[in-house]
Design a protein around this ligand. Sequence first.
Ligand SMILES: [Fe+2]
Ligand SMILES: [Fe+2]
Length: 209
Amino acid sequence: MDNNFNTKQLSEDTKNILGLQLPTDPRWVDLAGISLAEILTDHAYCEQKAATTCISLIQKNSDKEKLVNELAPIVTEEWGHFRLVLQELRKRNLQLGKQRKDEYVNKLLVFQHKGGSNEDRFLDQMLTMALIEARSCERFKRLSEGLKDAYLSNFYRRFMESEAGHYTLFIGLAETYIDAAKVRKRWAEWLAYEAEVMQTLEVRGDRIH
Ligand SMILES: [Fe+2]
Ligand SMILES: [Fe+2]
């Protein structure tokens, strides 16, 4: 592990609420602040993907009543987030750019159980979503604290709060259908893997992750 970053540098709330093992490189928020069109575009697609992934989870898990009931409103919420970001782009006369390859998410997908039982695959799908929500929440927190523009800083605080709620929701869904001790054990493996992934990614201000 890179010694420049350690868990001591995590703020208490990030550490306690999200469990993430590696804080975002402090240079990232400054880079993001100067590539607003790119960061807003990338953010817009993250919200779209959150909505479409929730739709596909509902389709694949129609027998899980609680999951269907809880994810249905999240689809609306994530789509609402997409519209908020789009509005921000329009207000600033910025274009919604092209969708880029999502290296962070692609690297997480590699860690998912492809074989194994239905339960193992389901657990990994829930934990992947929880992790993306947790990291997005952490990134939005950085933006809300680090951007000079007070309006944008408030804009990102609102996203931070809703993604923290989504992180909790996915962990809760995993524990609804799977033994809590098994969920915790696999979650610890995911957190360790995600910290490795974060270290391999270039620090770029044009992407949320
Ligand atoms: Fe969202
Ligand atoms: Fe979310």
